[in-house]
Write a protein that binds this ligand. Structure first.
Ligand SMILES: Nc1nc2c(ncn2[C@@H]2O[C@H](COP(=O)(O)OP(=O)(O)OP(=O)(O)O)[C@@H](O)[C@H]2O)c(=O)[nH]1
Length: 208
């Protein structure tokens, strides 16, 4: 854990950022529905992925982007390219797990700009060693918002080698569980609103 002193309304407040877990944002997709790299399209005055990055940076000391697009370098983040190209989100998760020095690793997609820090904190608090810990709503898991242990790296590689790229098939195969966000009493459905098309982007320009 890394200590950080901040001024609060009343005197000093000690806050800490987590530095004991790998944190990866997947931004290496084709964005074929959007027609331009999703992470870089303008949402409310900044690149779409910047919204999620800021939430992650409020909790974690380092965030790494998994992407092959050099345009992301201008954002000043740590970036790593996919080890195996064109394998979808599973390829991005495999890359992050190979890169990470940590057993526990939080993964999130770049196209979910309204992720809530409470949802991330909840997943961190409830994560179990040796299990994939996902968040979900109404019984539906979101595979691109959760914690993946490094020990599953080889199983994931085998899925990729067999061209089994469906995240939900992988999740069912490995030890995993899903935390319902409904219990949090926040506007949890926003956490998973993702933006895939130019129409989604227009609709979400006024969302908070
Ligand atoms: N690193 C990495 N991330 C990926 C890859 N494919 C998808 N992603 C990310 O996974 C998340 C969900 O991606 P999708 O919406 O399913 O796919 P997409 O390719 O981005 O978009 P479409 O082409 O419109 O389906 C986004 O954050 C993508 O950037 C990949 O091959 N590598």
């Amino acid at each position: 854990m890394q200590g950080r002193c901040q001024f609060a309304n009343k005197g000093f407040k000690m806050t800490t950022k987590r530095s004991d877990i790998g944190v990866y944002m997947l931004a290496g997709g084709k964005s074929s529905r959007m027609g331009a790299d999703k992470g870089l399209v303008n949402l409310q005055g900044k690149p779409m992925l910047q919204h999620g990055i800021e939430v992650l940076q409020s909790i974690f000391s380092e965030v790494t982007l998994v992407s092959n697009n050099p345009e992301y370098l201008r954002l000043g983040l740590r970036i790593i390219p996919d080890l195996i190209a064109n394998k979808g989100p599973m390829g991005g998760i495999y890359t992050g797990l190979c890169d990470s020095p940590f057993e526990m690793n939080f993964f999130v997609a770049c196209d979910m700009p309204f992720i809530r820090s409470q949802a991330i904190e909840y997943v961190l608090a409830k994560a179990k060693d040796g299990e994939i810990t996902l968040a979900g709503i109404g019984g539906k898991s979101q595979p691109l918002f959760g914690i993946y242990p490094k020990i599953f790296r080889e199983e994931i590689r085998k899925n990729i080698e067999h061209n089994q790229l469906k995240m939900m098939v992988l999740i069912q195969e490995l030890k995993s569980f899903t935390l319902e966000l409904d219990v949090l009493g926040i506007d949890h459905e926003k956490t998973f609103s993702n933006i895939n098309t130019p129409e989604d982007l227009v609709r979400m320009q006024t969302e908070k």
